[in-house]
Design a protein around this ligand. Structure first.
Ligand code: RP5
Length: 167
């Protein structure tokens, strides 16, 4: 699993400082047994490497790329320009503007180059991972079963909470 199995999902982040947020995605991908690879790549600091990664994603047959970045968060948008693999963007909470800048610079893509943008921060990272898992589930029965079990466990956790008021 993870770095030893051929990856189906790429997880990119603009800086090591995004790792804590993106860990939310990695944990869920591992739990759902989705093979993934992780890279730190920046639209601004390593632009050539980013374009090469777009080609690599096609070569490897990645089914989705989760890209988290903060501030002027151009990583997912630039990546989407370089690849036809679906790009899922996670706006990382920035220090200066609490991630509003990350969200807006990520979500306001021009028509023709789509990025599926998720919530700011860890919730977005987790949902991007679940979205990638649900994409895989459309063509893989075992992946669908794992995803279904995850959703059932989540529901059960709410029902098991002693503070839950069922009807
Ligand atoms: C973005 O700039 C990164 O995605 C990160 O969220 C932000 C700050 O990066 P560092 O200065 O912490 O490396 O490119």
């Amino acid at each position: 699993m993870t770095e030893t199995t051929p990856p189906l999902v790429g997880v990119l982040m603009g800086s090591r400082s995004d790792f804590e947020t993106m860990q939310g995605a990695l944990t869920l991908l591992a739990e759902l047994e989705v093979p993934y690879e992780v890279r730190v790549l920046s639209a601004h600091r390593t632009p050539q490497l980013l374009s090469q990664y777009g080609a690599r994603a096609e070569r490897l047959g990645l089914r989705a790329i989760i890209a988290g970045a903060g501030g002027a968060a151009h990583l997912p948008g630039m990546l989407a320009a370089f690849t036809r693999v679906p790009v899922l963007g996670v706006p990382v909470q920035s220090r200066a503007l609490s991630g509003q800048d990350s969200l807006l610079s990520m979500v306001q893509m021009p028509a023709g180059v789509p990025v599926a943008t998720f919530a700011i921060g860890v919730a977005g990272a987790k949902n991007a991972a679940l979205f990638a898992a649900s994409l895989l589930a459309t063509t893989d029965a075992a992946a669908r079963e794992r995803y279904e079990r995850f959703r059932a466990r989540q529901t059960q956790a709410v029902l098991d909470d002693p503070h839950f008021e069922g009807h």
